[in-house]
Design a protein around this ligand. Structure first.
Ligand SMILES: *Cc1c(COP(=O)(O)O)cnc(C)c1O
Length: 391
């Protein structure tokens, strides 16, 4: 398969200014995203915010169809929110835990998920159980299956894992986890923040019941956008932890009624222009095709890993059987110094530090790594430039 990199770059103004390897932080937006955001801001400025929203109504509604197409779900199962964390929190804090209930998670879990586990465990007496990794450094599926079956340890009430962690190339076996969740009837929450826009997602194939993601990372959407998927059937039984006059209607002085769809996890006010940009970003990714994107990203990441491995003193740290576009490595100098030095040469990378993924980092004795995350619009020449600068 050939990828029209020239077209991708021509449609990405940022590629003329920077060599961007911080796509896991926020990718460069393509022109259609920029246009969608600015067009709506212009409309708001011209005719008024509420009036602009009314005029853009059909376009706003189409964003739900776009996200549903990206995930392989129904539009009524999609909530559009401010970021992945808000989506994840709305799902997680809707669940009820009693003392001794087990929350099953994995080594690569993200800080903003693990901190809520700790809070809920402290408040309810629920227990966090971390499933160990297998020999590849990914979630051990057999250990998860054994833990689910071990009723003597208390009821397993939730399986909640990160698909692709913030700190490396690992892709956890999300679909194998989904088969266990389904067979046991345990709700399954998947953090797909680094997955969306990078690889194909099909919520039925994965078997997750809830999934959260962000707009600005591999999807190339605007900052301050995110979405939550909740499976119909489950969502009707979930009462969000915070609700307002968008999530519910005040139908009598002493009564409210929740919306029947996933928008019960949203709130009333939103950045409409950013939402339009998110829709454009999803359409743009679907246009390229997630299979083609995934293949292109994978080949660039493999190339970068090969080149880094040949660089004295540098060590690639990515785990897992399947590896994605996030490439992390350690080097003979502090990560922040490397990031600064590269920035002076117009190359963007980021630093990933222990508090973001503490379990994994501590288990591997790592304080920090340099993270160079590739996207399909990066080139082999840019990889050469990065490696030369590191040398
Ligand atoms: C970035 C990230 C998040 C948080 O996303 P926000 O949009 O910043 O809330 C959650 N999980 C993972 C794995 C991430 O990399």
């Amino acid at each position: 398969m050939t990828f029209d990199v020239e077209r991708a770059r021509a449609e990405t103004p940022g590629t003329r200014h920077v060599t961007h390897f911080n796509n896991a932080g926020a990718a460069l937006p393509p022109q259609p995203v920029i246009d969608a955001v600015t067009a709506h801001l212009d409309l708001e400025a011209r005719i008024g915010g509420y009036e602009a929203e009314a005029k853009a109504r059909d376009g706003i509604e189409r964003v739900y169809d776009s996200v549903a197409a990206l995930l392989g779900c129904g539009r009524e199962e999609v909530a559009l929110v401010e970021n992945a964390t808000v989506g994840w929190d709305m799902a997680f804090y809707s669940l009820r835990f009693d003392p001794g209930d087990r929350i099953l998670t994995a080594m690569a879990e993200y800080s903003s998920n693990f901190i809520p586990y700790l809070q809920v465990a402290r408040k309810t007496g629920a227990v966090i159980e971390v499933i160990p990794n297998d020999a590849h450094g990914q979630l051990d599926v057999a250990a998860l299956a054994a833990s689910v079956d071990d009723r003597a340890r208390g009821p397993a009430k939730l399986i909640s894992i990160t698909h692709i962690p913030t700190n490396g190339g690992l892709v956890n076996p999300a679909a194998a986890v989904g088969r266990i969740a389904r067979a046991s009837g345990i709700p399954y929450l998947l953090d797909a923040c680094q997955t969306a826009g990078q690889m194909p997602i099909d919520v039925d194939e994965i078997g997750c019941d809830m999934l959260s993601a962000t707009g600005r990372k591999f999807l190339r959407g605007p900052r301050g956008t995110g979405f939550l998927y909740v499976r119909k059937g489950l969502l009707e039984r979930l009462e969000p932890p915070m609700i307002d006059n968008h999530a519910a209607t005040w139908v009598a002085p002493d009564r409210y009624e929740l919306r029947p769809d996933a928008r019960r996890f949203e709130n009333w006010e939103s950045n409409v222009a950013a939402r339009m940009g998110l829709g454009a970003a999803v359409d743009y990714a679907l246009d390229w095709g997630l299979d083609a994107i995934w293949e292109r990203i994978g080949s660039l990441a493999d190339l970068l890993r090969d080149r880094l491995s040949a660089l004295p003193g540098h060590e690639v740290r990515d785990l897992g059987e399947t590896r994605c576009g996030i490439v992390t490595f350690t080097a003979p100098r502090p990560a922040a110094e490397i990031k600064r030095g590269l920035a002076t040469r117009g190359i963007n990378v980021s630093v990933t530090a222990a508090p973001s993924t503490r379990l994994d980092m501590e288990a591997r004795g790592l304080d920090e790594m340099v993270r160079a995350s590739v996207h399909y619009y990066n080139t082999e020449e840019e990889i050469d430039r990065l490696v030369a600068a590191l040398r």
